[in-house]
Ligand binder design. Structure first.
Ligand SMILES: C[S@@+](CC[C@H](N)C(=O)[O-])C[C@H]1O[C@@H](n2cnc3c(N)ncnc32)[C@H](O)[C@@H]1O
Length: 451
């Protein structure tokens, strides 16, 4: 079994959780029987040398291909209103826009890129060139055909639907004007491909909902390739759960249109101001702060609040305000805690801990959907932050989504040993690291599926 996972890790860059073992064992049995082999011989044969037909079958069978047009519309609004106008200004003399959709699945993302570019910025005298790549031959066939059901258009604005689709017996067909801009190519992200990754060629790269399935090595080498392949001033959009943290190498993090995305510095247009770094100012009142944290651990919330609000001279620092917010929430003063968390976020949208605090408050007032959004932001902004992952996992289990729960709980379990002591005091709800780890493990054991 571990050998099979190793083979898939090597050939496709995929990582699997331990709990996938049963499903993978059943698959090995099924494929081995079909080829008239024992399970062990099948895995040995897969590992020994290339077996393209079988690898294609496994990609088609195991990959998650969910996608639709205008998925996460706010990212396409950021593309239309922020990224493309700037790229068009930079490319004014060439009149060429090049975009790449990595892991394009059945093509909806690549076509949406072309629609947005044509609609918003690039007139008919511009060349819009979108390349969609994916390792899965079945989805690429569908992408080439460009016929879709109404379900694939569920987030497509009416105007775009009327302009870019023609209705026929087979559903909705992408109009030729858009199809002419888009090409598809089979490509596995574990392969080096010099022409695909030539430096400084793409204005925009979308790579959404792939990184989370990859081993850390394959994911980081893909990110490095994408960064290098962007023109200076080019933009990278990832999925909501694919975070590079707030300071990725060679990229600046931007936040507009309720979206985070990245830009390669440079280009002739100045670009937007990058979001400020999410660091706390220098410590000046360490003792009082530490004392307030100790009081929080001892559940003496009123005393701690008094110390943190009245006891500190000068302008309160970001983390003092955060502690004040946690204490207000613990003391049941949720409206004030929430208002404080929102003010912290208005001041610095990249402050992961403020999003975590807001998430906890929202959960307390039963706004679970909004709380989930805040936990996702906290986990996105700080990829090492265990506690939002734990809450996301617990909430997913409550919804009965064991697959999503297992992903978050496994990540939380990996991160918990390194979680900051102070964060455990602030957000651990009175539990220490060991109790949180036990809780996380038992939630994970209760999940029936992983990934
Ligand atoms: C969930 S879909 C993402 C679709 C689209 N990017 C979106 O977010 O709407 C993930 C895609 O990744 C593709 N994929 C998985 N492993 C891959 C690999 N090693 N190389 C290229 N594509 C891969 C799958 O075939 C699948 O179509």
């Amino acid at each position: 079994m571990s050998r099979f996972r190793e083979v898939l890790g090597k050939s496709l860059g995929w990582s699997f959780a331990d709990a996938d073992a049963a499903a993978l064992a059943a698959l090995i049995g099924e494929r081995a029987a079909l080829h008239g082999m024992s399970g062990a011989d099948y895995v040995i044969r897969l590992a020994a040398r290339e077996w393209p037909a079988e690898t294609s079958y496994l990609v088609e069978r195991l990959s998650i291909t969910e996608t639709y047009f205008f998925r996460h519309g706010e990212q396409f609004r950021a593309l239309a209103e922020q990224a493309l106008p700037e790229r068009v200004a930079d490319r004014g003399t060439q009149r060429l826009l090049r975009m790449l959709s990595v892991a394009c699945s059945s093509g909806e993302e690549a076509y949406t890129l072309a629609m947005v570019a044509r609609q918003e910025c690039a007139g008919p005298d511009w060349i819009v060139d979108v390349l969609g790549v994916d390792a899965n031959p079945a989805v690429l066939r569908k992408a080439e055909e460009a016929w879709y059901s109404s379900w694939s258009l569920r987030e497509t604005p009416d105007a775009a639907q009327r302009r870019w689709f023609r209705v026929g017996d087979g559903g909705y067909r992408v109009r030729d004007e858009v199809r002419r801009c888009v090409r598809f190519r089979r490509y596995n992200v574990t392969d080096a491909d010099e022409s695909l990754w030539r430096p400084a060629q793409y204005d925009v790269i979308f790579c959404r909902n792939l990184l989370m399935y990859l081993t850390p090595d394959v994911a980081s080498s893909l990110v490095a390739r994408m960064t290098e392949a962007l023109v200076p001033g080019g933009y990278l959009f990832l999925g909501h759960t694919d975070s590079l943290g707030s300071a990725p190498a060679g990229l600046e993090l931007l936040h507009t249109h309720h979206s985070f995305y990245y830009r390669r510095p440079g280009g002739r247009s100045p670009g937007p101001r990058p979001a400020p770094p999410a660091t706390a100012p220098a410590c000046t009142e360490e003792d009082a702060y530490n004392r307030a944290i100790s009081l929080l651990r001892e559940e003496q919330f009123a005393e701690a609040l008094e110390l943190i609000t009245a006891g500190l001279p000068g302008r309160p620092r970001e983390r003092d305000r955060l502690l004040e917010g946690v204490l207000l929430a613990q003391a049941g003063r949720l409206t004030e805690a929430m208002a404080l968390a929102r003010r912290l976020i208005d001041g610095n949208g990249l402050y992961a801990d403020a999003h975590q605090l807001l998430g906890l408050c929202l959960e307390d007032v039963s706004d679970t959907d909004e709380a989930i959004g805040q936990y996702r932001l906290a986990a996105f902004l700080d990829t090492g932050f265990a506690l939002p992952r734990l809450r996301l996992g617990q909430l997913a289990r409550r919804r009965g989504d064991d697959r999503a729960a297992a992903g978050d709980l496994e990540r939380a379990l990996d991160l918990l040993p390194h979680e900051d002591e102070e964060r455990i005091a602030l957000f651990g709800g009175g539990f220490g690291r060991i109790s949180l780890t036990v809780l996380c493990r038992s939630e994970l054991d209760g999940c029936e599926v992983r990934r």
